[in-house]
Unconditional design. Structure first.
Length: 201
């Protein structure tokens, strides 16, 4: 998998590259204009004005999986960027483990956002949808192990984290997640978390 790190900040580019270079082929660029016909994961650090950045990013979301990093991520902006098709949004100061988790989730075609944004989005959407299903209606469809996995997904754990906490293989985690998504009729982790919001697991 190829990853393009795009930022004019050399120290940021070097740090992010060092976090990922052992596992991925890394291309460091100073601007989106240098991308050419690149296809893969884009890790973009940019604190430009909201409106300008929105227009520029949308052009790159069709053929790439984009993780946008900012110095001070904002809830409203994060929601807007996600609506444009980016796959991830977070703080540029994230740790190596968090960045790797974000990339893993994005590569698997899911959405990753920092935990506070995830919680805010879920609460906002749940209120808008008027969540009516009871705890038993939702959780009653899952096996006890699937309930454990769903709880860990809701807490923001990666597949790897789940393998460690439940002492099961990665393939077993993936099977549980697939079963959970099918039973609860959701397509990704965000939708699952939204469905479970307000229910204690």
């Amino acid at each position: 998998m190829k990853i393009a790190i795009i930022t004019a900040e050399i120290t940021v580019s070097e740090r992010l590259s060092s976090y990922l270079s052992a596992e991925y082929e890394i291309l460091c660029l100073k601007s989106l204009d240098e991308l050419g016909d690149f296809k893969g994961v884009l890790v973009v650090y940019d604190d430009k004005a909201y409106a300008l950045l929105s227009r520029r990013l949308q052009a790159y979301t069709q053929e790439n999986k984009l993780l946008l990093l900012q110095s001070l991520p904002q809830l409203d902006e994060g929601e807007h960027y996600l609506s444009l098709g980016i796959k991830g949004y977070g703080n540029v100061q994230m740790t190596q483990n968090v960045l790797r988790q974000a990339i893993e989730i994005i590569v698997s075609d899911n959405i990753w956002v920092y935990p506070e944004l995830m919680t805010a989005i879920i609460q906002k959407r749940a209120q808008a949808l008027g969540v009516e299903e009871s705890k038993n209606d939702i959780l009653g469809q899952l096996t006890p192990r699937e309930v454990e996995v769903a709880h860990l997904i809701g807490a923001g754990d990666s597949n790897y984290d789940i393998t460690q906490k439940l002492a099961i293989s990665l393939s077993t985690v993936k099977l549980h997640i697939h079963a959970i998504f099918e039973k609860l009729e959701v397509k990704n982790r965000v939708a699952l978390s939204m469905k479970l919001e307000g229910h204690t697991l």
